[in-house]
Design a protein around this ligand. Structure first.
Ligand SMILES: Nc1ncnc2c1ncn2[C@@H]1O[C@H](COP(=O)(O)OP(=O)(O)OP(=O)(O)O)[C@@H](O)[C@H]1O
Length: 256
């Protein structure tokens, strides 16, 4: 193998998330105990576990909303405490449901995903608006842009939250039960869409799901690793000689 192809493989094979002996308790109740796991670039990781197993607690630590009480987390090769490049990570938390009277439009919700507090207070640039339209296009909801978010169905709202997470063109998307509370047909098209993002646009995924059939159909029958009550199912989309195409929004602009 020549140097170039070795470099290419490393280039597509970065360690995105590393958990080393992570533990967490609420009061005296231990929720996670000594969890170690690595997510490589272009992995699709399905995180499975019973109710209360600590899945959401783990995701919240990865996105910096809380810290491990023991052990360490690294993101893109950096200790999580020092990590600043949060626009590389898109996060869709569990059970996002808006009150039907919530006044924001779909476009406003998607734009609120632009990372950086200062962006909330400064005027939107043409580029910001272009990114928003691209994200709406990626989720096939351009026609909903001016609708009030609270007036949409659960499945449509889920698409809006995914568009919001995509607006920064993240390398890693973290989804907490994105399929819950939506009908089977919408679940299938949603899952189809995220598989496409994984395979064609090289986004790395960490997804919590209770739908074992869907998880197994894409990620295989057996978990790659288990830790306590958590199981990690993994599929890698990596094509050794293809390191291109990580920019979903950009690709869409070109395709469109
Ligand atoms: N803020 C909190 N204060 C006290 N206990 C908490 C808090 N958040 C979570 N817990 C407890 O920690 C445990 C793990 O919760 P977590 O939400 O991480 O589980 P989960 O695997 O995501 O569950 P589910 O599948 O039901 O969403 C649960 O027993 C929960 O009651």
């Amino acid at each position: 193998m020549d140097n170039n192809s070795t470099l290419q493989q490393i280039g597509c094979h970065q360690e995105i998330v590393r958990l080393d002996g992570v533990s967490y308790s609420f009061d005296s109740q231990s929720v996670l105990s000594d969890v170690s796991f690595r997510i490589m670039e272009r992995d699709f990781v399905g995180l499975i576990g019973s109710n209360g197993a600590g899945k959401t607690t783990l995701l919240r630590m990865i996105v910096g909303l809380s810290r491990p009480q023991k052990g360490a987390i690294s993101l893109f090769g950096q200790p999580a405490d020092e990590f600043k490049d949060w626009n590389k990570i898109g996060y869709v938390p569990q059970r996002n449901h808006f009150n039907p009277l919530f006044p924001a439009t779909v476009r406003e919700v998607v734009l609120s995903g632009l990372y950086g507090r200062k962006k909330l207070f400064r005027r939107l640039s043409k580029e910001d608006i272009g990114r928003c339209e691209d994200a709406l296009g990626a989720l096939k909801i351009q026609d909903l842009g001016d609708k009030k978010i609270g007036a949409l169905s659960g499945g449509q709202q889920q698409r809006v939250f995914l568009a919001r997470a995509l607006i920064n063109n993240p390398k890693l998307l973290i989804l907490d039960e994105p399929l819950s509370g939506i009908d089977t047909e919408t679940q299938q098209s949603f899952f189809h869409m995220i598989k496409h993002m994984h395979q064609r646009h090289n986004i790395t995924f960490l997804m919590v799901s209770h739908d074992m059939d869907m998880v197994r159909s894409y990620l295989g029958q057996e978990p790659k690793e288990k830790s306590g009550k958590l199981s990690f199912y993994v599929r890698h989309s990596h094509d050794l000689d293809d390191c291109d195409g990580t920019d979903l929004l950009h690709s869409l602009r070109r395709e469109g």
